[in-house]
Design a protein around this ligand. Sequence first.
Ligand code: NAP
Length: 561
Amino acid sequence: MPYVVTQSCCSDASCVLACPVNCIHPAPGDPDFATAEMLYIDPDGCVDCGACATACPVDAIKPHTLLSPAEEPFRALNAEYFEVFPHADRTPVAVVPPQRRLRDRRPVRVAVVGAGPAGLYAADELLKHPELRVDVLDRLPTPHGLVRAGVAPDHQRTKQAERLLAQIEDQPGFGYLLGVEVGTDLSRAELDERYDAVIWTVGASADKPLRVPGEDLPGSLSATEVVGWYNGHPDHQDLAVDLGHERVVVVGNGNVALDVARVLTLDPERLRGTDIAGLPWAQLAQSRVREVVVLGRRGPAQAAFTLPELVGLVALAEDGLVDVVVEAGGADLPADTPVGRQLARLRDLTPDPSRRRIVLRFLTQPLAILGEDRVRGLEVERTTLEPGPDGTLRAVGTGETEVLDCGLVLRAVGYHGREVADLPYDPATGTVPSDAGRVEPGTYVAGWVKRGPTGFIGTNKSCAQETVSRLLDDLDAGLVSPPARDADDLGALLASRGVTALDLADWRALDAEERRRGAASGRVRAKIVDREEMLRVAVEARRERVTRSRYPSRPKARSTR
Ligand code: NAP
């Protein structure tokens, strides 16, 4: 009964470490690990022990007998990977790296700026060393970055990564300073002088512009903002998302585009029980949108979405939950590739006009967003493919244009990192240049701010491991000096500036309150989306904890009977 990796694979490779026969690949160290869209289990090598399924943080691994019809294609996909990459030279032992120990056992305190997956994976690596304490800061009062505010609400299995993040938080030496913006509430210098080292894991929070006329019209939004809106990110709750027109066009066909297209077309009842934010859900329930066109400027073979996400979309279409139409723009579907086979399944389905639909349109690029007071349409141009100077196929306009009527244009053309404090910055990539995570001894980066906006939640694990190993090298080489001041004064310093920093207990109280409110209405959680309310709830719970610790309830008088 071999196990099978399915759609929500986060690529953090916990399963690889757990597998006693090394039958899960690509593994860290394999040449294709960094670019793999998911990991795969060799059905011939699997000994059916289930250790991988236990280790998986997002429940992506199942015995083949328990696959749902939607997950069934993953059985062949797992097997096919090993037909191409047999990894026949693997040694039949679990890949457990020897635990490193620091040369100098002095206490070391590290600040991690950014409480998303990259920050927490970095904290996890650091806390393998008993000499180290870690404070994780975030500008929001809530942690977990894109796991909370990026993963689509219909992907609740992926959101289970929060359980792993909670285990990291539970380790001795871990602390939070949430609701603190470094650069505003606290300067980089004030942080540097209180910690031996600082790791920046602030992600890539801006989105790339399209650079076409009309981009500033109301109704032209970035998909990043819309994702934040329906996921309850406090910065995006006032976003004007006009769902009054029948068609929405999403430019770009990466996984973000597919996420947004699904959320805009799925029956809102399927999202009701999730952690989707309340007001956006109510707006989606009133939506008049019937069609979301996902525009790829290149062909089906160059689509940016990943195979697991496409398989998930095909399952929705085959279950009749949404129509998905493929408009290849004259290009052939890639033959004999897993993506081509999935697209062919979509092409062979019979559309049902009563359903909402997603159109995967290829070889089409945006020219101009049209409208005077708000978006009324998008002018697009057919493209053809030509090799660029580096040999990569790029889209070139053919001059054949057309206008797509629509009320909303969402650009989903990738994220871009902003400049961070006064760290070095490469505007072309939106990253902080580093040597495998080391900016200079004492200053490090991990996650998207280091490598750009690519990969999945778990990709940040190996990225953070690389960065932390540079930091440990610098500690061992004596290149990192002890801090000039004690970081314990930070809470008081911030309070003197009117900033309430939330700690782990505060976050846990907020988390419990969101889950309690959610349970009351049959939902996973009801997110609190207003910063002030987050602080109020957390501070009130803090007061109650203090009161309980000062006046513990007296034990009940023992019965005399
Ligand atoms: P992405 O994967 O980089 O896709 C960007 C898309 O925008 C591509 O189709 C690209 O086309 C297109 N594009 C770029 N500039 C354009 C322009 N000027 N005009 C028209 N099209 C343009 O970006 P993303 O979707 O934002 O995803 C970012 C990362 O997050 C990815 O690694 C993704 O896998 C990950 N993510 C994963 C999940 C998941 O696992 N469920 C969910 C969300 C995000 P070209 O290819 O022609 O450049």
